[in-house]
Write a protein that binds this ligand. Structure first.
Ligand SMILES: *[C@@H]1O[C@H](CO)[C@@H](O)[C@H](O)[C@H]1NC(C)=O
Ligand SMILES: *[C@@H]1O[C@H](CO)[C@@H](O)[C@H](O)[C@H]1NC(C)=O
Ligand SMILES: CC(=O)N[C@H]1CO[C@H](CO)[C@@H](O)[C@@H]1O
Length: 471
């Protein structure tokens, strides 16, 4: 299932046989997957969150659907907000990768035995193969991510994502206009075709590109000015990047590589870590670059990217979550319509709505819904008290991450269940129930349903809001 597209075995064995402290590895039990694979933040594979998919990518566990056992219920609508699948690095990271491999090629000198063997192997066998035209595009594995997700969702919701409903265009598909998202929605549709046993040409289903909805963050002036273009908004990230934990990782990596410390910038340390992640998520290989990091290094680098996501896309600044108000209202309008009582003569509601976007689409929405908000916000100085945090971007928004809203028609009225990455997720305001009454969900979000006005939040305050002071 996961072909080695690159002559990795010899190198892998060479790397595995190294015995020095830094380059030894605890990955012997699962040699195909780097021991640090769960720490890649938004560059994490979906399989790291759902490892059972490595054995069977079509396995579906119906028990994740939790209408109350005491009532008769049937699903009437599914809204799925989905992140694109695995992709190439963007130009910025491709350039860093090129700088790193150039540096290692020309300036590293193996002083200790193990590092010398590692360097020899990387130099002779690893070629940088990333080119700038790859810029963030969906890779083959990313197509598979979406095809397989579609097949599992079609199995989970046979009455909603049915062939009849999709071919009669009762299911809507909306996507960000970015190439990787358009390719993802097409792959999702291909997966549905495969599920119904059609393997001929590409499906003729349509989709709508809607950046106002799926890339709301670019259209929210308060967000762009207050966070995106604001150099001080990500101060915690900058501080951590040069703080003691990152410095220690950098020092050890420079030693392993035999590089002068000042030549190895924090960006290049990250580039090596990303290389390990990309070679796994793109080619399913265990890259030699992974051996530069042990688990505690990986946790530090994971924290660095979680800090960035937190302060840029999540609870760090209220405007980040408020920028997703259009998507929030779109979802609840769709659910309202689907849950409304109907006369038998009226048209049936839309059975499903598929929305494809980015990690930057999902994180603000999840934050707006009040999810993953820990007691203490992560900062540059509290790394050691954050090990148990719920805000881990690799668990929340890996490639192909998906947030599902499932509306059921039940005896006591409509009910709503949320799932993240195919696991049940409770509403923060209704912590005792998997599938509360829809009217209770509406009551819990009343303040947003009645407010959360994009014009007022995003345009009303030039310069945006300051940081969330009630963290
Ligand atoms: C399905 O999920 C439930 C929990 O939701 C778990 O107890 C059960 O073992 C799972 N079944 C399979 C076959 O994985
Ligand atoms: C930039 O961010 C800082 C820190 O979050 C905040 O205090 C400041 O008001 C922001 N500046 C603008 C122009 O929004
Ligand atoms: C709204 C609608 O037409 N829903 C249909 C979706 O597909 C299932 C299974 O084919 C039908 O039973 C529904 O009526």
């Amino acid at each position: 299932m996961f072909p080695f597209l690159w002559p990795a075995h010899g190198l892998l064995l060479a790397a595995l046989s190294l015995a020095p402290t830094r380059l030894s590895c605890s990955s012997l039990a699962v040699p195909d997957i780097p021991h640090i694979a769960a720490y890649f933040g938004t560059k994490t594979r979906y399989e790291e969150v759902n490892p059972h998919l490595l054995r069977d990518f079509l396995s579906v566990n119906m028990s994740v659907l939790r209408p109350p056992s005491t009532e008769r219920c049937s699903p009437v609508h599914l809204t799925a907000v989905i992140r694109h699948g695995s992709r190439y690095p963007t130009v910025k990271n491709i350039r860093r990768i090129q700088r790193l491999s150039e540096l290692v090629r020309t300036e590293s000198s193996g002083s200790s035995g193990g590092s010398a063997a590692w360097l020899r192997d990387v130099r002779s066998r690893w070629e940088p193969w990333y080119t700038e035209d790859m810029d963030g595009r969906l890779v083959m594995k990313g197509r598979d991510d979406l095809r397989q997700l579609a097949r599992r969702l079609a199995a989970l919701f046979p009455s909603l994502l049915s062939e009849e409903n999709v071919s009669e265009r009762r299911v809507s598909f909306r996507t960000s206009s970015k190439h990787r998202c358009v390719s993802s929605v097409e792959a999702f549709q291909e997966g549905l075709q495969q599920h119904w046993g059609h393997h001929e040409g590409p499906p003729e289903y349509s989709h709508v590109e809607d950046d106002q909805l799926m890339r709301f963050f670019e259209h929210c002036r308060g967000y762009v000015e207050g966070v995106e273009n604001n150099r001080t908004a990500l101060l915690e990230v900058e501080k951590f990047k040069h703080g003691e934990e990152m410095e220690a990782v950098r020092r050890r990596m420079a030693e392993s590589l035999g590089l002068p410390l000042q030549r190895l910038t924090p960006e290049l340390v990250e580039a090596a870590f990303f290389l390990c992640s990309y070679e796994l998520s793109i080619k399913s290989i265990h890259s030699p670059w992974c051996f530069l990091f042990d688990e505690s290094d990986a946790k530090v680098l994971e924290y660095k990217s979680d800090l960035k996501q937190f302060w840029k896309r999540s609870h760090g600044h209220v405007i980040s979550s408020l920028s997703s108000c259009p998507l929030f209202h779109h979802i609840f309008r769709t659910l309202d319509k689907a849950g409304r009582p109907r006369r038998s003569t009226e048209a049936s509601p839309e059975p499903a709505s598929v929305l494809v976007g980015h990690a930057e689409t999902l994180l603000p929405l999840l934050s707006l819904l009040g999810l993953y908000k820990d007691q203490t916000p992560p900062t540059a100085s509290n790394y050691h008290s954050q090990h148990g945090r719920s805000f881990r971007s690799g668990r929340i928004v890996p490639y192909a991450a998906n947030l599902l809203f499932v509306l059921y028609d039940c005896q006591r009225g409509p009910r709503l269940q949320m799932l993240l990455n195919e696991a049940p997720l409770r509403f923060p305001g209704l912590p005792t129930e998997d599938t509360p009454l829809y009217r209770d969900v509406r009551a819990a979000y009343r303040h947003l349903l009645d407010g959360c006005d994009f014009q007022r939040e995003c345009e009303g305050r030039a310069g945006g809001r300051g940081p969330n002071t009630e963290l």
